[in-house]
Design a binder for this molecule. Structure first.
Ligand code: A2P
Length: 289
């Protein structure tokens, strides 16, 4: 897969030819407070790729912010996701229609199955995923979705889709940050031409205080967050940072003025796991203090 990205405005080309910006703005938890305002600030800061989901309750805010910006819809790249409670063939069609209504648009650029299983003990997930996928393939063929993909799918979940699909997934979104590199899943996706994206690329700040991340921030004269984000970019992974401050929104796009040396990349990849959210598709959620 071609990973050479040199500028914040560069795009990757997905396996169906669709161009996707190399960094997105994540809207999860942007609903805690003045959401449309935060998204408006992110548009001002230069973001055009917005990652939302039915579950985040930020679709309407995103629509509002885009409308107020006066910038044409086609200049934005909008991604949303199908929530666990809406899985199934008919359910997917219905949930997607609601997403379009919320976003006040007639297409989304990217639509993902949010999680492979509605619950860890759900036995018939293979059939359920395929039902969702079939509905998404139809919506794709109707032109209502430009690219279809997955989120939180591990190789054994993806294999089921690949064995039965008509249209291959273009993207898989995974929790990734230094110390939580998801190497096996990333390698599997690369082998199958599926572009990987990183949610929680900064590791919920726990990673920012890690000795190695602080050491490298000093070495490269950048912030610990930039080290985390650059770590994704250098692996050909699209990070989805979220922030509520203009200053940090801008900083999080300054990822091309430095390059992490190979040896330091290995160290970031193999440092102790410090920032795991506690979420895993096949397990009950773990909560940390
Ligand atoms: P804030 O909104 O105050 O900027 P993650 O997506 O990895 O879970 O991390 C999100 C958290 O990281 C948010 O709480 C956000 O806080 C914080 N954050 C985002 N960008 C930066 C940055 N450049 N420096 C420090 N913290 C950041």
């Amino acid at each position: 897969m071609e990973n050479k990205i040199k500028d914040i405005n560069d795009c990757y080309t997905l396996n169906n030819g669709v161009k996707i910006p190399c960094v997105a703005y994540g809207t999860y938890k942007a609903a805690d407070g003045k959401s449309a305002e935060i998204i408006r600030t992110a548009i001002e800061a230069g973001y055009r790729y917005f990652d939302t989901a039915a579950f985040y309750h930020t679709e309407e805010y995103l629509a509002e912010a885009i409308k107020e910006s006066g910038i044409p819809r086609e200049e934005f790249f909008i991604a949303s996701k199908l929530w666990k409670d809406d899985m199934g063939y008919e359910e997917t069609k219905k949930a997607f229609a609601e997403t379009l209504r919320n976003l006040q648009t007639d297409y989304v650029d990217l639509y993902l199955i949010h999680w492979p299983l509605p619950a860890p003990d759900y036995k018939d997930w293979k059939r359920l995923d395929l039902d969702c996928w079939r509905a998404m393939e139809e919506l794709y063929e109707e032109g209502k979705i430009k690219a279809i993909g997955l989120s939180n799918f591990l190789p054994h979940h993806i294999e089921n889709i690949l064995e039965h699909c008509k249209i291959k997934p273009a993207v898989n979104q995974l929790e990734i940050h230094p110390g939580y590199s998801q190497e096996a899943a990333v390698r599997y996706c690369e082998e199958h031409d599926i572009r990987v994206q990183a949610w929680s690329p900064i590791g919920r700040q726990r990673v920012l205080k890690e000795e190695l991340v602080v050491e490298l921030a000093e070495k490269y004269h950048v912030s610990p967050a930039q080290i985390c984000l650059r770590y994704s970019v250098q692996r050909g992974i699209i990070p989805l940072p979220k922030s509520s401050s203009m200053e940090r929104m801008i900083q999080n796009q300054d990822l091309f003025s430095f390059e992490i040396e190979k040896e330091d990349m290995y160290r970031l990849e193999t440092m102790p796991q410090a920032g795991w959210s506690g979420e895993h598709p096949d397990r009950e959620r773990v909560y940390f203090e």
